[in-house]
Design a protein around this ligand. Structure first.
Ligand code: SIN
Length: 196
C-alpha cells in the first residue's frame, strides 16, 4: 500500500483563498527551513504530544529499512512547542512533497505568544498511515535511529538537530531528550569499541 499523501493533501483546500497561512512545525520543519516564509515565531499547539513513532521511507530511512521521525499523538493535557511560519498558500505544494510519507494537513489553533492565537495547518502522520511504527521504549528508539539512514542523511542527525532546536526554543521535551541521551551513550560506546 502506498503511503504517499500528496494527492490527498492537494485536495485539502482550507485556507486556499487566504493570502497567508500559519504553518506549525514541530519536527524537521523547526530546523530545516528550505521554503519561503513571511514571518516566523515560536508557537505551541494544545492537546498533542511529539513522538518518534512515524517511519521514514524517504528521508531518514528506506522502504525496506525505515528510520524513525516524529509525529503528533493526541493527549488531552499536552502542549507541543514548535515554530510557526506565516507562508503563502502556494508553498504547500512544495511542503506536501517533503511531507508525503504519511503526513496529512490538519487545521489547528496555534498559540503565537503575547496572547495571540490563529488558525493554521500542521502536518500529522496518524496511526492509520502505512508507515506508522507506533510506540517503543526510548532506548529501543535510540538504537533504531542509530542504525538508520536515508536520502536526507543519517537518522541520528534528525534527532540531534531537533533536540538542539528544541533547546533553543526552551522547549523541554522529555521523550526527545531521553532518546538523545541514549543515542549519545550509544555513539560513545561505538567510538570506545572502535578504539579497542
Ligand atoms: C514537522 O516538522 O512539523 C513535521 C515532521 C517532520 O517533517 O519532521
Amino acid at each position: 500500500m502506498s503511503v504517499d499523501t500528496v494527492a490527498t493533501n492537494r485536495r485539502m483546500n482550507r485556507f486556499a483563498d487566504h493570502a497567508q497561512v500559519w504553518l506549525f512545525g514541530y519536527g524537521s520543519l523547526i530546523y530545516k527551513v528550505d521554503f519561503p516564509y513571511i514571518e516566523r515565531r515560536p508557537a505551541c499547539i494544545r492537546h498533542w504530544v511529539r513522538r518518534f513513532w512515524q517511519g521514514s521511507h524517504d528521508h531518514r530511512g528506506t522502504p525496506d529499512a525505515p528510520g524513525r521521525v516524529v509525529t503528533l499523538i493526541p493527549e488531552q493535557d499536552a502542549t507541543c512547542i514548535g515554530m510557526a511560519y506565516l507562508i503563502a498558500p502556494a508553498v504547500f505544494a512544495q511542503l506536501d512533497v517533503r511531507e508525503k510519507n504519511g503526513y496529512l494537513r490538519f487545521a489547528t489553533e496555534l498559540h503565537l505568544g503575547e496572547g495571540l492565537c490563529a488558525e493554521g495547518l500542521v502536518y500529522i502522520a496518524t496511526e492509520e498511515n502505512a508507515a506508522f511504527l507506533g510506540p517503543a521504549s526510548e532506548p529501543e528508539i535510540a538504537r533504531h535511529i542509530a542504525a538508520s539512514s536515508g536520502p536526507s542523511g543519517p537518522n541520528r542527525d534528525y534527532l540531534l538537530q531537533l533536540a538542539a532546536a528544541l533547546r533553543e526554543l526552551d522547549a523541554h521535551d522529555p521523550h526527545v531528550f531521553e532518546i538523545e541521551q541514549h543515542l549519545i551513550d550509544l555513539i560513545a560506546r561505538e567510538r570506545g569499541a572502535g578504539h579497542r
